[in-house]
Design a protein around this ligand. Structure first.
Ligand SMILES: [Zn+2]
Length: 215
């Protein structure tokens, strides 16, 4: 079963954030708050990653789940939304370009774009549109705390998202990384792999340099 990590034990800035670690080809799920909770990404939602047992372990109840912000519509991030909707009725935030690829009806879909704000029990999340991995990829930024939830756009250690998928674009991901490296980012919480708790801007700068210097 996927592990749950209390990220408040790793950094005081992340008090109230839990990470459900993705098993296999499943995204991380970040859980913000408990009685009132907002998720960032929902995982793949398969038999190995059923979401609800982990939410129960954290203490999140169906009636307290207020929202799910999905960084992009790849199935390893959005599949779990359909598990969640079997028992809860959260708002689901998604960029309009990636919403085109969701064939299944989502009851309370909220289309978001650059500069929109997703309210959470911890802090407001600013939507940064970062096309490249998919056309409708977003990152979610907590400006006051210099925290970036980066989906599959940028990963630690200079890695970045693949851009050769159906709606991916090399030019777009380089430009998105260029914009992200201008932000103040101390903590990086990626869609796969472990978070970075300090000096995360260095990881983003390295990812930008790696992407921009590709022949
Ligand atoms: Zn992806």
């Amino acid at each position: 079963m996927p592990r749950v990590i209390d990220l408040g034990e790793r950094s005081p800035k992340l008090r109230g954030v839990h990470l459900i670690v993705g098993e296999g080809l499943c995204s991380n799920i970040y859980v913000l708050g408990v009685e009132e909770a907002v998720l960032i990404d929902a995982g793949v939602g398969n038999r190995l990653n059923p979401v609800w047992p982990q939410l129960e372990e954290i203490g999140v109840k169906p009636e307290g789940l207020r929202g799910v912000a999905v960084t992009h519509a790849h199935h390893d991030h959005i599949g779990g939304v359909f598990r969640i909707l079997e028992r809860a009725d959260p708002e689901v935030y998604l960029h309009r370009f990636d919403a085109e690829y969701v064939a299944t009806y989502i009851r309370r879909l909220r289309l978001v774009d650059e500069g929109d704000v997703v309210e959470t029990p911890l802090w407001p999340l600013r939507v940064i549109w970062t096309p490249g991995h998919t056309r409708g990829s977003i990152c979610l930024y907590v400006e006051d705390e210099a925290i970036l939830f980066s989906g599959d756009t940028v990963f630690p250690w200079g890695y970045y998202g693949r851009y050769n998928g159906e709606t991916g674009s090399y030019q777009d991901i380089v430009e998105s990384l260029r914009r992200l490296k201008e932000l103040q980012v101390e903590l990086l919480l990626p869609g796969h792999g472990g978070p970075i708790y300090r000096d995360a801007h260095r990881h983003i700068e390295l990812a930008y340099r790696n992407a921009a210097s590709k022949p």
